[in-house]
Design a protein around this ligand. Structure first.
Ligand code: RSS
Ligand code: CA
Ligand code: ZN
Ligand code: ZN
Length: 522
């Protein structure tokens, strides 16, 4: 895989040698001879981008009986080499009727929905002479997938903005464009607030430091680099275009969604209905992806995970109260299973609640007895597994999360209807919360989702701007998915499966590990 070449110019080494098409074609035509194409790939790729308008202007020097000029034939030859992986021998020794020339010509005709004659007719030549960017069609057609990220949680940030749109509009169009792919795949995107990010988005004009200058208004609108280190995955928009959120210019959401396809490793499609089609087309904002786009992203990353259910440490007979057929207390033996883990843990007044499946244990601080039973024995409206829970003492209110919804509980009364977590400021790609805790004596609630955490300000009721952040960066020693979390006795307690990590916020380190079931007196 060639790194650092925008994905839409992902050329095979052979094609790279020919990527100086525009320059070398006109030169070779002028000279009337085949020009050696042994330049270094980077230089050639740069030339390709520097002259992306591949307008195949022959000088029609040598006429031939069949009406085509020698120039047309050289043009066709080079066009097929550049865009259709045509392996050429020296022109003088190769017959134009050679099957591979004809079959590559058919490929090209098929891509442009021309009659597949395999011969260089005027319609085919006209298409070859149409201005276009250096997008190799057939390579995309044969394999629309390239390199891939070796992870599913991908960070992004916007570097330089355009002045065409307010910053907040750009942010939201970029987030929506990423969401197009998040919905169709297991990929999740989060905005990085540090310099480091997998996908860096920038608006730039002409020469902008990556050897692939933009071409001014129109022509190429943007480019993106294949997944990879450094510039890999980055997306650049030509700021000489007029960027809009509507149709009065180029729609940033549509172009960004296409570019993010490249940044995830997708190539062009020949289907005009596909988002990965190589030319700009106004589309309805919903269901941007064709079934081909979806198949291609799924082939790279697997199918989408809608409202995933990750069994953390599943209960097995006889420990699962639902398997026992009994709604009633399981007895000391069961809750003292060393493999016991909780879905969520929260304080509530002077009690601690432990949720597992649809079961609940309630332990009062100064009492040894533990109340237990199905959650709806205690909160009749709730019949679901609780993924995360926290309590805000100032309001004497608990919040219980299940999938992308949450309930507000005062006392044991469920208040109002279940709400969606988007009302707390979570973006659509967060589909469930692993754990939550309220840091007592502050206004902050921390939410944990996979390897990220978020900070919510309970007093202003806003999710703080510089979040999500990485859990392992800010809580050294907490490197696994958090099953449950609680702030108690002045410490944070992270339940990672059957273990509990006691975390000192001042020392910023784990100061002890114990068994989850020790909290139930085992
Ligand atoms: C990409 O594949 O990542 C880039 C692609 C893009 O910019 N395509 C050009 C495009 O559609 N431009 C529209 C404006 C010019 C129209 C004239 C004919 N023409 C991103 C898109 C798919 C969102 C391709 C193109 C069309 C082009 C060109 C390029 C003339 C150079 C010159
Ligand atoms: Ca342009
Ligand atoms: Zn660039
Ligand atoms: Zn493209």
């Amino acid at each position: 895989m060639l790194k650092g070449i925008p994905s839409y110019l992902h050329l095979s080494p052979c094609l790279l040698q020919l990527a100086s098409f525009s320059a070398s074609v006109s030169q070779s035509l002028r000279m009337g001879i085949w020009v050696g194409l042994a330049c270094a790939c980077a230089v050639i790729a740069l030339q390709c981008l520097a002259a992306p308008l591949l307008q195949l202007k022959g000088e029609n020097v040598i006429s031939r009986e069949d009406g085509k000029t020698q120039n047309d034939l050289i043009l066709a030859d080079k066009y097929l080499q550049l865009f259709y992986s045509f392996q050429a021998g020296p022109t003088s020794r190769r017959k134009r009727s050679h099957p591979s020339f004809s079959s590559k010509l058919k490929d090209m005709q098929s891509f442009f929905r021309l009659n597949q004659t395999g011969s260089l007719n005027p319609e085919t030549l006209a298409v070859m002479k149409t201005p276009r960017c250096g997008v190799p069609d057939i390579q995309d057609y044969v394999s629309n997938r390239g390199n891939r990220w070796k992870k599913t949680v991908i960070s992004y940030r916007v570097g330089r903005y355009t002045s065409d749109l307010p910053v907040t509009t750009v942010d939201s169009l970029i987030a929506s464009a990423l969401d197009v792919w998040a919905k169709a795949s297991p990929l999740r995107f989060f905005r990085s607030h540090s310099q480091q990010a997998d996908i860096v988005v920038e608006f730039a004009t002409r020469n902008h430091g990556d050897s692939f200058p933009f071409d001014g208004p129109r022509g190429t609108l943007a480019h993106a680099f294949d997944p990879g280190e450094g510039i890999g995955g980055d997306v650049h928009f030509d700021d000489d275009e007029l960027w809009t959120a509507g149709s009065n210019g180029f729609n940033l959401y549509l172009v960004a969604a296409h570019e993010f396809g490249h940044a995830l490793g997708l190539r062009h499609s020949q289907n005009p209905e596909s988002l990965m089609y190589p030319t700009y087309k106004l589309r309805k904002p919903h269901n941007l992806l064709s079934s081909e786009d979806i198949i291609n992203i799924n082939t790279l990353y697997g199918p989408s995970i809608q409202r995933p259910y990750y069994p953390r440490l599943s209960w097995s007979y006889p420990f699962n109260p639902w398997y026992t057929g009994s709604y009633f207390p399981m007895g000391l033996k069961d809750k003292c299973n060393p493999d016991l883990s909780f879905d969520s843990v929260t304080t509530l007044g002077d009690a601690i609640l432990f949720f597992k499946g649809r079961y609940l244990w309630i332990k009062h601080n100064n009492k040894n007895d533990i109340k237990e039973g199905p959650i709806n024995n205690f909160m009749p409206n709730i019949n679901s597994k609780i993924d995360a829970a926290y309590w805000v003492p100032q309001r004497s209110t608990a919040y219980l999360f299940s999938g992308s919804d949450f309930w507000t509980v005062k006392g044991s009364q469920v208040k109002g209807r279940r709400k969606n977590i988007s009302s707390l400021g979570f973006p659509a790609w967060v589909e469930r919360i692993d754990a939550a805790l309220h840091v007592h004596k502050t206004v902050y609630t921390l939410f944990f989702t996979q390897n990220l955490y978020w900070r919510y300000n309970e007093s202003q009721k806003v999710m703080e701007d510089s979040y999500p952040r990485s859990i392992s960066d800010d809580f050294p020693g907490i490197n696994k998915t958090i099953s449950a979390a609680v702030h108690k006795y002045g410490f944070l307690h992270f339940f990672l499966g059957p273990e509990v990590y006691k975390y000192d916020m001042k020392l910023k380190k784990v100061i002890g590990v114990s068994k989850a079931n020790s909290w139930l007196g085992c």
